[in-house]
Structure formats: structure tokens, C-alpha cells
Ligand binder design. Structure first.
Ligand code: PLP
Length: 455
């Protein structure tokens, strides 16, 4: 148990801030890391200790913590026009420019953008759009939303209902009408004797059976992350999207790609859906969209949904929904700078260049007898700790194995995230090969230390 001085940053952090998504036993034991600033991919705490942030903040600080172009774009726009909404027939010029840019870089020949302040709100908003559309098109019963077990779509009441994580039961969620189908994680959920292709076909059959059981005319949409992020970095099984998209099309159900993590370069292409070779009906974006320099989310509607929603809105004269800061001019200016950095100034290219080194480092760590598998795509990956590699048996939950590993990493100046029994790595796009080497060395020593302790 720690003994924090009452006026330390650590004690003061806890005294007046209510913590979300924080392991409280770890706080009781170790306290809170209070940060003052960052340099490149490193963040620095109030004691002057520096940490390589192998999680890019929370997936989003892809340009690092002091990128001059990002700060410049923000300052210039704060000086020019520091705030406005995009409702009632007014919007900033930056909002116009960003919408054009988002449609241009989208997989759609044309489309329309709607702005929110977060990824959760973007998912909530698109669900409301689909409900609105169903009602307007004479199918008011078309309200159910299908997502997958282990998916993460956010925390607002609707987005949490979409999220397929057990902790939402603590809130009495999901709301009625939110349905979860199987997670495409072959290593964990494949059956004995089943090939990966057969596993994928089984999931597609399960999806179709679920649609038929629920009633095809009651389903408003299917949402999926191209690679599941907060579920533990789970790439889809082979051919997954090619197997499920025809099922959804057969019943007229829109496929929405929640690209909040994958979008803007994380998997090596602009979109994760590009990496997995499918074109969704709409895209949810956030996180790297502003390189984390502003809270912002967006829905990019493909042509079919854009046209139908436009018609539905015209029928009642407006789409009655929007946030005070929707399309904020500073957020839009920052996002334009971030997209330019990622797509035109080498960040996405750096992701592609670093990927072989990242994969080799992960594969090397996965040789550890207590690592069951490594998985990932581009610059996102996870290492799954197991007690027994052959039987894939997890460690007992009360060992908090991944928290121990992450805490040991923190001691060594490396930030990485425990998720279930896995450790998640998603370094900033500005990393150099030397940063990746540092990350793997520190993680390797933490893994050896912790596995020796629990052996
Ligand atoms: C982070 C995340 C969200 C939620 O975004 P917030 O900005 O935290 O509300 C939604 N979907 C995915 C895939 C995410 O990773």
C-alpha cells in the first residue's frame, strides 16, 4: 500500500476526480501517474519520469505529443474563429473543408458527413439516423442493432448497448433490441477440427440464423470494427467480411464500419475496411481523425444512406439532432492538419514501413511459453498471456496477470495497456525503429519478470 503525501499530485488526483476505466486496486497500491507534457512518443510525469507511450494515449495521439504542425493549426484557428456549431444553416469554412476532405478520402464516390464530439456519440447518432430512416420509410419496427461479442463501440447508453463486453451488465445494459453475434477470433473460439475458413462460414450462418429468428424486417443495422480494438485487438478471421456482407445485403441491412481505431492509417491503409477489402455503407471515425489534439467524431454516410436520410429529413423539414460543438471550427482545422500529416506527410507510410519490424518483435515475444498468441495488423497488436500454451488455459483471474505486466512496464518507463489477459500495443505513427526496439526490450523484461514471479 502506498503512502502518498496529502498534497502530492497523486493524492490530489484521487481526492477530487472520479475515475473511469481504472483498476482501483492498482491505484490503491501504486497511485496515479500525473502527466505534465510529452515529447514525440514519450510522456513525462510530475516527477520528471519519462514513459514511452506504446498506446498512443488511447489509440489517438498518432502524431506524438508535441507535433508543431498540430499545435500551429490549433493556434491559427483559435485566433481566426475559435468556436461555432454547424446547425440552423450555418457552419464554419473549416467544417466545409473537412467534410469535403472526409468524403474525398472515404471509399465512397460521394457521401455526407455528420459531426459529433466522440466516437460513442457518432455510433449513437448513426443508430438514431437508422431509426429515423426506418420510421420515415414506413418500417418503424426496423430498430434492432446487431454487433459482435467483444466489440467496443463506446460508453453512451446506446453505444454501450452495442459494445459486447460483460461489464455493461453492471448498468443493466444492453437496452432491448441490441443483439450480439459471435466474435471472429479463431484462436479462441474455433472448434476442435474446424479450419479457419469453416469457422468463418459458421459465423456467417449464425448471423443469418439470428436475422431470421429476430425477423429481417426488425433489423436496422450491423456495426463492426474492421479489427476489434478494445476487445483485445482481434483481426477478423479469414474471409469474414466477404462472408457476412452478402448475408446483410440479402436482407437489406446496412453494414457500418466502426473505424474509430482503424481509420486514418492504423492498419497501414486509410481505412481498416480497405485493409480487409470491403466497402461498408457508412463509416464511424474519431480518435486519430484529429491525432487526438481535439475531441471529435464523425459519421461518413455512403451515397445510399446519404440520399435516403436526406429524403427522410426533407419530408419532416429537418433532422432534429446535433451537438453544440458539432463541426467545431478548431476541431475541423486540427483534423484537416492531422489527415494531411497522416496521408500526405508520411505518417501512414511510416506505419507501413514499421509494420514488418513490429510483427517480428511481436512474433519474438510470442515465443515465450506463457504467450499463447500474438495478433494484430499494421501498428496494432496484442499478446495473450496463458498459463498453458497447449491448452490455451488462461491464468487465474485473481492473479491480474496483465495488470502486473503493465505495472512492471510502467516501472520501466513503458506505457502499455492490460486488456483481459492480453497486453495491447499501438504505438504512435511517428515512432522510429529505435522506439519500437525500446518498446519490445522493456516489454520483454517485464514479461520475463512477471512470468517468473507467478510460475
Ligand atoms: C474508442 C472507441 C469508440 C468510442 O469513442 P469515444 O471517443 O471514446 O466515445 C467507439 N468505437 C471504437 C471502435 C473505439 O475504439
Amino acid at each position: 500500500m502506498r503512502d502518498a503525501a496529502p498534497n502530492s499530485w497523486d493524492a490530489r488526483a484521487e481526492a477530487a476526480t472520479f475515475y473511469g476505466f481504472t483498476d482501483l486496486p492498482t491505484i490503491n497500491e501504486r497511485g496515479t501517474v500525473v502527466l505534465t507534457h510529452g515529447t514525440g512518443p514519450y510522456v513525462v510525469d510530475t516527477n520528471g519520469k519519462s514513459y514511452l507511450d506504446a498506446n498512443s494515449g488511447l489509440w489517438n495521439m498518432v502524431a506524438g505529443f508535441d507535433h508543431p504542425k498540430m499545435a500551429e493549426a490549433a493556434k491559427a484557428q483559435f485566433d481566426r474563429f475559435p468556436g461555432y456549431h454547424s446547425l440552423f444553416g450555418r457552419m464554419s469554412d473549416q467544417t466545409v473543408l473537412l467534410s469535403e476532405k472526409l468524403v474525398e478520402v472515404s471509399p465512397f464516390p460521394r457521401g455526407k458527413v455528420f459531426y459529433t464530439n466522440s466516437g460513442s456519440e457518432a455510433n449513437d447518432t448513426l443508430v438514431k439516423m437508422l431509426w429515423f430512416l426506418g420510421a420515415a420509410e414506413g418500417h418503424p419496427q426496423r430498430r434492432k442493432i446487431i454487433t459482435r461479442v467483444n466489440s467496443y463501440h463506446g460508453v453512451t447508453a446506446v453505444a454501450a448497448s452495442m459494445t459486447g463486453k460483460p461489464y455493461n451488465a453492471l448498468f443493466g445494459l444492453p437496452l432491448p433490441g441490441f443483439i450480439h453475434v459471435g466474435c471472429p477470433h479463431f484462436w479462441r473460439f474455433g472448434q476442435a477440427g474446424e479450419t479457419e475458413a469453416e469457422f468463418t462460414q459458421r459465423l456467417a450462418r449464425e448471423l443469418e440464423a439470428t436475422i431470421i429468428k429476430e425477423g429481417p424486417d426488425t433489423i436496422a443495422g450491423f456495426f463492426a470494427e474492421p479489427v476489434m480494438g478494445a476487445g483485445g485487438v482481434i483481426p477478423p478471421s479469414t474471409g469474414y467480411f466477404q462472408a457476412i456482407q452478402p448475408v446483410l445485403r440479402k436482407y437489406g441491412i446496412p453494414l457500418v464500419a466502426d473505424e474509430v481505431i482503424c481509420g486514418f492509417g492504423r492498419t497501414g491503409n486509410v481505412w481498416g475496411s480497405q485493409t480487409y477489402d470491403f466497402v461498408p455503407d457508412a463509416i464511424i471515425a474519431s480518435k486519430a481523425m484529429t491525432a487526438g489534439y481535439f475531441p471529435m467524431g464523425a459519421i461518413i454516410l455512403g451515397p445510399d444512406l446519404a440520399d435516403r436520410l436526406q429524403a427522410a429529413s426533407e419530408a419532416v423539414e429537418e433532422f432534429p439532432h446535433g451537438f453544440t460543438a458539432s463541426g467545431h471550427p478548431v476541431g475541423c482545422a486540427i483534423s484537416l492538419a492531422a489527415i494531411d500529416l497522416i496521408l500526405n506527410e508520411g505518417l501512414a507510410e511510416n506505419v507501413r514501413a514499421l509494420t514488418p519490424r513490429f510483427e517480428a518483435g511481436m512474433a519474438k515475444l510470442a515465443e515465450n511459453p506463457n504467450i499463447g498468441e500474438w495478433r494484430g495488423k499494421g501498428l496494432m497488436g496484442a499478446l495473450e498471456a496463458v498459463k498453458d500454451k497447449n491448452t490455451k488455459t488462461p491464468f487465474p483471474g485473481d492473479l491480474s496477470i496483465s495488470e502486473r505486466i503493465a505495472n512492471t512496464c510502467t516501472d520501466h518507463g513503458l506505457i502499455c495497456r492490460p486488456l483481459g489477459q492480453s497486453i495491447v500495443l499501438c504505438p504512435p505513427f511517428i515512432c522510429t525503429p529505435a522506439h519500437l526496439d525500446e518498446m519490445f526490450e522493456k516489454l520483454d523484461s517485464a514479461l520475463r519478470k512477471v512470468f517468473a514471479e507467478v510460475a
